[in-house]
Design a protein. Structure first.
Length: 448
């Protein structure tokens, strides 16, 4: 595999783009399925896919495949690391022992161990795994770039949501490359920044501004000025690029006048027992909120969880009670099981991933650096079989070497599961045609 833009960490990056350094349009390529195979898999998705929802859990920084779903217990200690393994519900399949709850629910999801690419820094890797398209030019490790619409924005363009709710929601922030690019700011994510584990949790824009509630905004001009103060309208994401502000006023009005929207955001309606199952922390409660939003018809919700760029003290951070590993293990296993128990897993796809995996050899700081040539992705629901491992890495975990899939294949499959034609032609703001996914293969193992 050609190893472009290779770097193991973010040091000595020659070029960095700021948050506003957005560039528009782009190209990319990789191989595809035969027409007959593709049509067969598309038909399996069926019309029901048009009602599927997606909860997209993003572990920003790049989680280690060794310390999650692809441990190498027989490798040398400098590769194996400090942790052992735990058996899953499928004989012969083991996960890292930091994820015992997910191991017990493995019968509900698939792990792909063989997604690989060559975008080995955060800026490029985020873009590739958030859009299904590589950056057409080298970008800095700290870059926030957009050459192509994100998954959530494309879903927003293709799907409507009842009860005045947005079609694309992200909590607690928009991931880099998670914006709409040329689709327009009406397809930027609605951000839920507040902590749903807090007793003072409040979703902005779902409460009337005080002057409106008290009837003090009597003219249309005053009403627009009041609504301008809603953060949704002034998001940086909404600057990417053109926007009709009337859409925002309509969205704001729908949110603040819809009882269903108000109820969907009211996480206090959940029992304490349910909230404890997800974990009483910000990440766990965001997953629970995502489940509530999915149930009322929001087609795409991103739950962003940062801090996975483990260049140092990886093992120490994973050992902490209530730390990152425990929160993911508790929250994601609870989400998948809860959806299954409620009969909602059939039409709700859960995806857990970051931008890449981590280096095989542990560095001098007891961490692992960037490694895009092997990574693990968890996928559940929407007809995805449970208890399945797709692909493999070599015995030391250096490279995906069996049934290798690219981000384009992941993107094509995600769109297909959501009832969207991944071969659709989009048009940018200049009217130029751009294919949604270039030569993506559907991942056949994800169709029962």
């Amino acid at each position: 595999m050609k190893q472009n833009h290779f770097q193991r960490n973010c040091e000595d990056t020659s070029r960095k783009l700021g948050r506003r350094g957005f560039i528009q349009t782009g190209l990319g390529a990789l191989g595809g399925l035969g027409l007959t195979d593709m049509l067969s898999l598309q038909s399996q998705a069926g019309s029901a896919a048009k009602d599927n929802r997606c909860i997209f859990i993003w572990l920003d920084g790049g989680p280690s495949h060794y310390e999650s779903f692809d441990p190498k217990p027989d490798a040398p200690s400098e590769i194996r690391g400090e942790f052992g393994t735990v058996p899953t519900t499928v004989p012969g399949v083991h996960f890292c022992d930091r994820f015992p709850k997910l191991a017990k629910t493995f019968d509900q999801f698939t792990v792909i161990r063989s997604i690989a690419h060559n975008q080995n820094n955060h800026g490029a890797g985020n873009h590739y795994l958030m859009t299904g398209r590589p950056t057409p030019v080298p970008v800095g490790c700290g870059a926030y770039v957009t050459f192509h619409p994100s998954f959530g924005s494309v879903v927003s363009k293709n799907r409507t949501t009842p009860h005045g709710l947005p079609s694309y929601i992200s909590a607690p922030r928009m991931s880099r490359s998670g914006g709409p690019n040329f689709l327009g700011a009406q397809h930027a994510p609605f951000i839920i920044a507040d902590n749903p584990d807090s007793s003072s949790f409040r979703v902005r824009d779902v409460t009337l501004p005080k002057e409106i509630e008290e009837g003090r905004s009597t003219t249309r001009k005053e009403l627009r000025r009041s609504l301008d103060n809603l953060q949704r309208i002034t998001d940086a994401a909404a600057e990417d690029p053109a926007v009709s502000f009337d859409d925002y006023y309509a969205t704001a009005n729908n949110l603040i006048t819809s009882p269903e929207a108000q109820a969907a955001f009211d996480i206090s309606q959940e029992s304490e027992k349910t909230r404890e199952k997800y974990g009483r922390n910000d990440f766990g409660q965001r997953l629970l909120l995502a489940r509530r939003l999915s149930e009322v018809g929001v087609p795409f919700t991103t739950v962003y969880y940062g801090g996975w760029d483990a260049h140092r003290k990886l093992f120490e951070s994973f050992k902490k009670d209530g730390g990152k590993a425990e929160r993911v293990d508790t929250g994601v296993s609870a989400l998948i099981q809860d959806l299954a128990d409620r009969g909602a897993l059939d039409n709700t796809m859960v995806v857990l991933l970051g931008e890449f995996g981590r280096t095989p050899k542990i560095n001098k700081d007891a961490g692992r650096d960037h490694w895009s040539f092997a990574m693990s992705v968890l996928m559940a629901g929407a007809g995805i079989p449970g208890g399945q491992i797709v692909g493999a890495t070599d015995v030391k975990g250096y490279y995906a070497n069996e049934n290798i899939y690219a981000p384009e294949d992941f993107a094509a499959t995600l769109y297909n599961k959501m009832g969207i034609n991944h071969e659709a032609i989009l048009h940018d703001t200049a009217g130029r045609p751009i294919q949604l996914v270039n030569n993506g293969r559907l991942i056949k193992e994800l169709y029962a």
